[in-house]
Design a protein around this ligand. Structure first.
Ligand code: PEP
Length: 251
């Protein structure tokens, strides 16, 4: 019922030529991946070119961030959701832990960004996840629940059709320390229960919840067999076309 999503977050890597090269190398490697949606998220400067070069393929393109502001205006350095839509992207990653950690992004901003995406017909990949101290002190579920309810504040049941949740425990991002499939499944199940409380049973059953944190071709299968894991958001291992294709083609 929930089509898996395999999304690659290229973070602040790749000059334009490298981004195009990786995108074009990926295209034939995932051309038969009908079992899932494939998304890549290059940096802003490569967004339009990558969108153009992937037109007609089964790879969708995401931005890694967008402005909280929906109206064009004096917002130096910001990029609005309609500008992202305008160049051909379909998704935006919002609330990534690196943005929360290094740029002070809070749940209120994540919420405004998700709303901006929805208003311009984009799908928002909303990231949540606890850090190590929060997990070790037993606050992981509370933290994730607060992030979720903050990010989804005011959204309707129909808005939720274009929301994807990515659970990314901060301690597993870029560390090589993946959550075990059982740890990930436990939190995904908790997230689905929280979604049910916030938005009702149907939304909870239909919303895709991705796992992110040191996913590689070697560990994808064990994650994807978990009943509440509907795909992955991949950082490091998405930078190389073959490695990312190895994750996409996990079946
Ligand atoms: C990420 O940045 O979203 C991520 C999950 O990174 P990595 O796969 O490198 O841990």
């Amino acid at each position: 019922m929930r089509k898996p999503v395999i999304a690659g977050n290229w973070k602040m890597y790749k000059l334009l030529g490298e981004a195009v090269e990786t995108a074009l190398a990926l295209k034939p490697l995932v051309a038969n991946a009908n079992h899932c949606e494939v998304v890549i998220a290059p940096v802003f400067t490569a967004l339009k070119t990558v969108c153009d070069r992937l037109e007609g393929s089964n790879i969708k393109v995401a931005a890694q961030n967008c402005s909280t502001e929906q109206r064009h205006g004096a917002q130096t350095g910001e990029v609005s959701a309609d500008m992202i839509k305008d160049v051909g992207a379909s998704h935006v990653i919002v609330g990534h832990s690196e943005r929360r950690q290094f740029y002070g992004e809070r749940d209120e901003a994540v919420n405004l960004k998700a709303i901006a995406c929805l208003n311009f017909g984009l799908t928002a990949i909303v990231c949540v996840g606890e850090n190590l101290a929060e997990r070790e002190s037993g606050r992981d579920e509370t933290v994730v629940e607060t992030q979720l309810s903050g990010a989804l504040e005011g959204l309707t049941v129909s808005d939720m059709e274009r929301i994807i949740i990515a659970y990314e425990p901060v301690w597993a991002i870029g560390t090589g320390q993946t959550a075990t499939p059982e740890q990930a499944q436990a939190m995904h199940r908790y997230i689905r229960r929280t979604l049910e409380n916030l938005q009702g049973k149907t939304v909870a059953e239909q919303t895709r919840i991705l796992y992110g944190g040191s996913v590689k071709p070697e560990n994808i299968k064990g994650l994807m067999v978990q009943p509440d894991i509907d795909g992955t958001l991949v950082g490091g291992a998405s930078l190389d076309a073959e490695s990312f294709a190895g994750i996409v083609n996990y079946k």
